[in-house]
Design a protein around this ligand. Structure first.
Ligand SMILES: [Zn+2]
Ligand SMILES: [Zn+2]
Length: 159
């Protein structure tokens, strides 16, 4: 399972009122599971799989059927309240929508680190798609995380 270094660039999670308002404004009903799933994800923070969300809900109280968790996640993505993390193939991970950002994935330990988006990665390096309306850009950066970089340097030194 991927290690998670948290989401330093995530914004504050929404309160129940704001959350209900956002769901309604997208024509989505406010349901118990949707509120529970959003709060579970917001509480856990970082990047989580549907399974991790389901487990944390069960740990906190009445469990939700796995299908309800999946359906609620999908509705929350549709409502723009949470994002699917674009981190390449593997388990689908979700995160509470905050500031737009990119992800760094360590090829050694799979650590997933949020990278604030700035002009050096989006905008300037990306080409236009002629005739298309680009709505978002998520860049995946790959390499060695700080810990693995240290470890490989230490190894190199010792022989
Ligand atoms: Zn690493
Ligand atoms: Zn992220």
């Amino acid at each position: 399972m991927a290690k998670d270094s948290g989401s330093p660039v995530s914004g504050q999670p929404l309160g129940v009122d704001e959350l209900s308002e956002r769901l309604r404004s997208r024509g989505l009903r406010v349901t118990g599971p949707r509120l529970i799933v959003y709060n579970a994800l917001a509480h856990q923070g970082g990047h989580r799989s549907a399974d991790e969300v389901a487990v944390s809900i069960t740990a906190a109280g009445p469990s939700l059927p796995r299908t309800s968790v999946y359906n609620a996640l999908k509705a929350l993505v549709d409502a723009g309240l949470i994002d699917v993390v674009d981190a390449g193939p593997g388990t689908t991970l979700y995160e509470v929508r905050g500031e737009s950002h990119h992800h760094f994935i360590c090829r050694q330990c799979n650590a997933l680190i949020d990278v604030p988006s700035d002009s050096t990665v989006d905008g300037s390096l990306l080409s236009e798609v002629p005739g298309a309306t680009v709505e978002s850009a998520q860049v995946i950066l790959r390499g060695l995380c700080p810990e693995c970089t240290q470890r490989s340097k230490a190894r190199a030194k010792s022989g």
